[in-house]
Design a protein around this ligand. Sequence first.
Ligand code: 2P0
Length: 424
Amino acid sequence: MAEERPLARVTCTAPVNIAVIKYWGKRDNDLILPINSSLSVTLHQDQLKTTTTAAASRDFAEDRLWLNGEEADVGHPRLQACLREVRRLARKRRGGSAEDAAALSLSYKIHIATENNFPTAAGLASSAAGYACLVSALARLYGAAGEPSEQGQPSEQGQPSEQGQPSEQGQLSEVARRGSGSACRSMMGGFVQWQRGERPDGRDSIARQVAPETHWPELRVLILVVSGEKKQVGSTAGMQTSVDTSPLLKHRAEVVVPERLALMTRHIRERDFEGFGKLTMQDSNQFHATCLDTFPPIFYLNDISRQIIALAHRFNAHHGHTKVAYTFDAGPNAVIFTLADSVAEFVEVVRRSFPPAINGDRFVRGLPVGSASLPGELLAAVVTEPVPGGIQYILHTKPGPGPQLVDDPSQHLLGADGLPRRSP
Ligand code: 2P0
């Protein structure tokens, strides 16, 4: 039997993020440079995460990729761009062309396996977490990065050096951006801005942390899973049509977003939920207005989405201030921001408004939710015409940290032979 050569393996996890100031439109399709900056909240990986193992060996004959156990095409141009850029950073870090003899050869073929802990079919954004995870694992494998934040530690990331150089995570966010624009924001925890940048080469189109995940401990997130249907128009194609045809999108990028970014950053720093919630809803609504302004128009919201919007406004009106705020991406699922002391009441309102058809006992998942009894006048004012089965389930989560290195070797998705451990 041939002598076994050790295999270099690295496993990382990475989070999903939800934008409160939306990214929609590119000024450079190849480099994935946006027409406007955006701002997001990184969600906790206990509820939603991608795990990726990257392995390299001189014995591998070809690059290979497995997505949720199924072998997939490794030749995708965006994946290849990430691979190329991580290797470039590793070369730079190792110092010019003279490779560190101890470092892993950049010419070895690689195997990559990646899995989500949430159903891809639920329509929750997976490309952001996926590319952020891929880049984190590759960077660590090739020595293009030090540690992603230690497991369990709050992450203070993305702050530039005193000389104005991007941080290490900032540089890696530039690579993740080449996979999917929104992936650059998943490279950091807490509250993250993707600055559009000015340079044609994209070197300044990177993520920066506005505040770490510990900044606003009461903030909670409820994902209302409306439909498992695949979306009609993909984000990449949809935003291109919007750039080509929507005058509203142009105005939004040039005038509205710069003002809103400054305002949103202030609301977050001051933990002002009234301001944060209102602006989050307004920006989601404007994003969907630009979709309607696109020609032909794009519809991501459905009837249930619109009923959730109306419900949130009735709930806030009843309380006389902003207790819940919705935001919707390129699909019908709602993401609700609220504070911990409002979760139980709002979840009960949702349960009464969309009585579960199936999954009654698994209607609420993720972080625990207490029970609440609704006062009669709230029920009368807020729960109007119930729609049975309109919402499949609610996932309760909160802001969380950026990508993590997994130390435990038993968690590698690739075995010592470099092949997936779990069969598809
Ligand atoms: C966002 N979305 O800011 C916005 C809001 C969807 C609606 O980022 O072409 O999958 O890979 O850069 O990142 C979806 O766009 O598109 C997105 P590409 P991406 O979260």
